[in-house]
Structures are given as structure tokens and as C-alpha cells.
Design a protein around this ligand. Sequence first.
Ligand code: HPA
Length: 273
Amino acid sequence: MDIRETVKETVLHLEKRIGRVDVAIIIGSGLGNLVQQMELEHKVPYSEIPHFPRSTVKGHAGEVLVGRIGENRVLAFNGRFHYYEGYSMAEVTYPVRVARLLGSKLLIITNAAGGLNPKFQVGDLMIIEDHINFMGVNPLMGPNVDEWGPRFVDLYHVYSKTHIEAIKKIAARKGLFLREGVYLAISGPTYETNAELKMMQILGADAVGMSTVPEAIVAAHMGMPVLGISVITDMALPYITQNVTHEMVLQAAEKASSTLSQLIFELLEEVKV
Ligand code: HPA
């Protein structure tokens, strides 16, 4: 079946069940409690949604949560699909297509990332101001679906300046310190070699992770602004003896998740998207 048709069926199913939405959030590794404060209206396991991919990684639940924050109807994807799990790029970005067609006008993406900028510390939150796609693939490869967006997409304005400013204001008011920087995406599942980390620093990246960029590109394709926030879960510095494990990443993400949660919650309470 053509992807246009499967997405249409998914959207029709969800529209009947949950209605239209204003904002979508993709929740990253270990950040599952992100939407706990939201007044929940619906909870739909991915397994009940026609054509929706299924989550496999620990720390990813696999359900759609729908609720209201301020004047916004919010659709949260608890459980994302990573390229390293073997999903196709079409599957990785499926939720973004669905969110946009359900009415979403902003995509908030959170992730866990390794800090490449030596000034960073574990637990820091970094606003993604731009990205470097080092995954070796692009989710827009293949035939273009013209009704979704253009063949050639400009990526100058992927990350919404307006929403970055708004969240920075909220952080300042709360006395929270935010980093800002460039997120570099690799396919994973391996973490980086020392030589790769050094290269990434030279290229101007501040954080490295295994997600977000495909979703951001597809959002840009559909004209949907993105707000991306990374939790720095480990320092990915070259030539320093250290270990990074998935458990470490999950732990650090869980620790930072209530702060991140508060920020996003307040943003959506204040701003009608
Ligand atoms: N490298 C790549 N991906 C990651 C890292 C890292 O150090 N930490 C969390 N995700």
C-alpha cells in the first residue's frame, strides 16, 4: 500500500478517536514522564493504531497521549522509532506525518544526547538551534508526495526562533540555565570513536545523538516549525577514558525530565500554538 494511503487511514482512525490537535511532542529516551502533568483525554497504544510502527527499545512505552495544556490540544508520542532499530526512514518519521495531518502546527522534539561542547555538563538542557545530518540518509529520499510538501526543501528555518525565544524567557524567569547548540545525528547504534568525536567537535557540533534529525526534516517538509531540546546525558569528549552505557543515558534523562517537562508545560500554557 502506498504510504499516502496508509497515513490517510491512520489519520482517519485517530481523528475519530482523539480529534484534532494543535501541538505534537515526540518524547525521547528516558523522558517518558514528560507529559505527566497534562490533563489526559486519551491514551492509545501504538498497537491499536492502524499502520503505526511498534516500539522495541527499553525506556520507550509506545503509546499516543492526548490532552490539553493551556489552550492547546497536545498529542504526545511516548516512544519513538530509531533508525538503528531497523525501521525505515518512512517509519521513523511516520508520527510526524500523522501529527501534521491531524492539525499540529508545532513539533516539539526531545532527546538524550552526548555533550561534545566541553563547557557542557551532564544534566544540562540544550535547545537545538540547528542540526548536522550525519546519519547517511535523508527521510525525503524517494518519490515526493507533492500534497505533503515540495521536492526540494530549504532547511534554513527548521527550528522555530519564536518558540526558542519563548522557552528561553520561561527558563530565565525560573532561574533555569539553558544551553543552545548544534545537534549532530548519527545512525547509531554504536557510540562514537575518539576520532569521530574529535571530528564532530571540529565540525561545530555541540551534542550528538541518534534521533531527531529525520523527524525535524519531515516537519520542515510539511511546513511545521520545530522546537528541539536535548538532555545532555553523558559527556562525549574524545580521548578521555570513560564509558557510556544506555543505562547511564536513561538515568540522566530521567533526572532531567521533570525540569524539561515543566519548561514545555509552561510554554504551552502561555503560548497558543
Ligand atoms: N552519543 C550518541 N548518542 C547518544 C549519546 C552519545 O554520547 N548519549 C545519548 N545519546
